[in-house]
Design a protein around this ligand. Structure first.
Ligand SMILES: Nc1ncnc2c1ncn2[C@@H]1O[C@H](COP(=O)(O)OP(=O)(O)OP(=O)(O)O)[C@@H](O)[C@H]1O
Ligand SMILES: [Mg+2]
Length: 482
């Protein structure tokens, strides 16, 4: 479909404002077509000046896009021009093209037209405004006409759409080619990290059945801090004090949570508690951690090349890191056989290591670690694996996304040892759901102490680490063992 036809079709459809899937207020629509409809019509002026026929606008947009292609010519491929220079040049050309057309436009219409055409031709089309919007943390394109975004933990369907499957494919190709990858029928699945650290996953047909699909987890240059997590209700100031003490006391800590629950963010915050004097080695699949301390070595695994060679796994890096004299090892996420090496490292003098695992409860985290150790292919008996886990891991911090979209620490659970064949877990803190839900639909509760004195307190005492009485102050109902 030609661009002008699409504009007409879209207009007839009367695209609604962003629709909330979680019941929050719809957001203000910003698409060009709506802007045109919403433009006030001053009675004192002739109608044709303000009410530019929408067909004419669509036509103008189309002509401007073509003219821009022509005029920019070789500059599109000029590697000496930065993205910003290129954009500035394109905007200038567009301004001239529109002036030459002599279509009367309000300043707002003109601004939007330039933005939309520049976005379509140069950038990431309808994704551009979400990429530019710092409040958007995640962009999810299910298919060319369905784009969801996440803002402040809430996912909303937007009115953004690509003109066609081809348009979406072009944008996906532009994104992945920027990082030297390609996507086509022979490799229809790409997982890549952009230069700015954002994570991109693209799947095209035939694997993606309803048309190409794209997910972008935007990388925030300013990582969330412990203060942010406190203000979002993820943890209380008392819990922050406790976790700080746990990290300083060199407990081996596993953050457990589902997809996108904030595991990496929490790991980053825990890492901020590491003493500046410790030598830290971080190991990740795609570097996300932003460790502020100085004495840090960052390692990143490498996927195999197109011939399937040259891979360096998390496991390889973990083994290597043991020879790097680390005081602390931070593994971004364990999702395979490397968990055995990590447990062994934790058990052999690398106390105070931190990692995350994908699981939905502390008990589940133990089961998940068991499964991952089996993936190491060492044929260890289950009991031996459990003993490794019980003696290696001191603390499991469970993080979850609750129904209200907020991310909360739901459990701080101590791994106490073994009873028979079972790893014994004891909750020190659990989320208090009994506080109910506020008028804004958000949970009012917070993680509160169960009243059971964790054994790691002794470790604190041995190491001369103290926490204020408020940390274990207000308790809920005492909870039993799992
Ligand atoms: N406590 C929090 N409160 C609000 N937003 C958060 C919180 N933690 C993380 N986020 C946001 O949620 C998104 C996902 O966070 P993060 O990458 O830490 O999750 P994850 O569990 O590691 O995800 P994955 O399973 O994909 O590895 C990010 O955009 C991040 O900014
Ligand atoms: Mg993560």
């Amino acid at each position: 479909m030609r661009l002008s036809e699409r504009m007409n079709a879209a207009r007839q459809q009367q695209s609604p404002a962003e629709t909330s899937v979680l019941g929050q207020e719809p957001q203000v629509p910003v698409a060009l077509e709506e802007a045109v409809q919403l433009a006030p019509v001053p009675v004192s002026k002739p109608v044709e000046v303000t009410a530019v026929p929408t067909d004419a606008l669509a036509g103008l947009k189309h002509r401007a896009a073509n003219a821009l292609f022509d005029r920019m010519g070789a500059r599109f491929n000029d590697s000496t021009l930065t993205e910003e220079d290129l954009r500035a040049a394109a905007r200038e050309e567009l301004g001239q093209i529109i002036d030459e057309e002599q279509v009367p436009l309000s300043p707002e219409e003109r601004r939007r037209l330039i933005r939309d055409v520049a976005d379509d031709v140069m950038g990431y089309g309808p994704l551009q405004r979400f990429l530019d919007d710092p409040s958007v943390t995640e962009i999810m394109v299910n298919r060319m006409d369905q784009i969801y975004v996440e803002r402040k933990g809430l996912v909303t369907l937007t009115d953004g759409r690509f003109s066609s499957e081809e348009h979406l494919r072009k944008v996906i190709e532009r994104i992945v080619s920027k990082v030297g990858r390609r996507i086509d029928e022979s490799s229809p699945l790409v997982d890549a990290r952009l230069e700015d650290g954002s994570r991109v996953n693209a799947v095209i047909p035939p694997l993606a059945v309803n048309g190409s699909s794209l997910t972008i987890r935007k990388f925030s240059k300013v990582p969330l801090t412990v203060q942010n997590l406190i203000s979002y209700g993820t943890m209380t100031p008392e819990m922050a004090e406790l976790l700080d003490a746990c990290v300083k006391a060199k407990l081996n800590i596993i953050v457990s949570g589902g997809t996108g629950t904030g595991k990496t963010t929490l790991l980053n915050v825990l890492s901020s508690f590491l003493p500046g004097t410790d030598r830290i080695v971080t190991i990740e699949d795609a570097v996300e951690l932003q460790i502020q301390q100085q004495h840090v070595v960052r390692l990143e695994s490498r996927p195999p090349n197109t011939e399937g060679k040259g891979a360096v796994t998390i496991r390889d890096l973990l083994r290597n890191s043991l020879r790097m004299r680390p005081d602390r090892i931070v593994v971004g996420e364990v999702r395979g056989g490397e968990s055995l090496d990590m447990l062994q490292a934790m058990n052999t003098g690398h106390d105070g290591s931190l990692s995350t695992v994908h699981s939905n409860s502390p008990r589940d985290a133990v089961a998940r670690l068991e499964t991952l150790v089996l993936m190491a292919g060492m044929d260890l008996p289950l009991r031996a694996i459990r003993e490794q886990i019980a003696s290696a891991v001191d603390l499991i911090i469970q993080i979850a996304r609750l129904r209200d979209g907020s991310r909360r620490i739901t459990h701080v659970t101590e791994v106490q040892g073994m009873e028979g064949d079972v790893v014994t877990l004891q909750d020190a803190f659990v989320f208090d759901y009994s506080a109910g839900v506020g008028s804004d639909g958000r949970f009012l509760g917070k993680p509160v102490p169960t009243g059971i004195r964790p054994r790691f307190i002794e470790r604190f005492e041995d190491m001369g680490i103290t926490v204020s009485p408020a940390v274990f102050g207000q308790t809920m109902n005492p909870a039993g063992r799992h």
